[in-house]
Ligand binder design. Structure first.
Ligand SMILES: [Zn+2]
Length: 156
């Protein structure tokens, strides 16, 4: 199996491999496949375009055209409708990712409680006088998790 089919994120989705439809496409000579199914209680009824490229000995290789971005792919993933791995990847990431602005405002909210100068650039300050160690540690922990998230956002 190709590596892309075995990553955890993509494994969560049901897959549709074009090879399953090879015979059907050969026999009908259609350039689309019709779908009729229900997914999480919602009915779907639509067709997906197929394209083909010539390969050896007069044969053709079939590809899905992703209904969302029209790129050519041999495997589609179900996100309600079927889309290519790039489209489902984009979906998957936006669900996990918090917008950067929200991370910053959370960070600054913690900074304000700590009495630290606003702006993550100033780094971690001291425990404010009168604040419990346990509160300080909890906020510090939260703060570090948020900065981790921020770094991961920038790396992508
Ligand atoms: Zn796509």
């Amino acid at each position: 199996m190709p590596a892309l089919a075995t990553t955890h994120s993509l494994n969560d989705y049901s897959k549709l491999n074009i090879s399953t439809y090879r015979n059907q496409l050969k026999q009908t000579k259609q350039d689309f496949i019709e779908f009729n199914y229900s997914y999480r209680g919602k009915a779907y009824n639509y067709s997906i375009q197929v394209s083909k490229t010539p390969c050896n000995y007069g044969h053709y290789r079939h590809w899905w055209l992703c209904p969302k971005c029209s790129s050519r792919t041999s495997v589609l993933y179900c996100a309600g409708t079927y889309v290519c791995r790039h489209c489902i990847g984009a979906n998957y990431q936006t669900q996990l990712q918090q917008p950067i602005d929200r991370i910053y405002s959370k960070l600054n909210a913690i900074r304000a409680r700590m009495g630290w100068q606003v702006g993550v650039i100033h780094g971690i300050g001291e425990r404010p006088k009168g604040m419990h160690h346990s509160t300080y540690n909890r906020l510090l922990n939260e703060y570090e998790q948020l900065t981790d998230k921020l770094l991961r956002t920038f790396k992508q």
